[in-house]
Write a protein that binds this ligand. Structure first.
Ligand code: FES
Length: 114
């Protein structure tokens, strides 16, 4: 099954049961962690689009306790959510990266004008 990470669009083929955190490493995507994947730090939050929530394992008690109602809005902990079917995952960009990406996009637009 395929996991697609946004905004980069990188994809990786994984077996059922692989966590999103493991899949991200295979895809070369950096998802920050501090607790070592124990549902302790919440730094690995990702978002799954509506309709694809069932493509991941159901949240366990630790994840539910951490995320509360965010789970209802498609937020999951990458270290806890295991792939059950092909899925798309939105990885939040850190602010510096987002600013650099926007600047590069602007630069590319200007370059095409010449
Ligand atoms: S890595 Fe810390 S909560 Fe997932």
């Amino acid at each position: 099954m395929k996991v697609t990470f946004l905004p980069s669009g990188k994809q990786v083929e994984v077996k059922q049961g692989v966590t999103l955190l493991q899949a991200s490493r295979l895809a070369g995507i950096t998802i920050p962690t501090r607790c070592g994947g124990k549902a302790g730090c919440m730094m690995c939050k990702v978002n799954v689009p509506e309709g694809e929530e069932g493509h991941l394992s159901k949240p366990g008690r630790a994840e539910r306790n951490k995320l509360g109602t965010w789970i209802d809005h498609g937020t999951r902990l990458a270290c806890q959510a295991a792939v059950q079917d092909s899925v798309t995952v939105q990885v939040p960009e850190d602010k510096l990266k987002a600013a650099i990406r926007k600047q590069l996009e602007r630069q590319a637009e200007e370059d095409t004008l010449w």
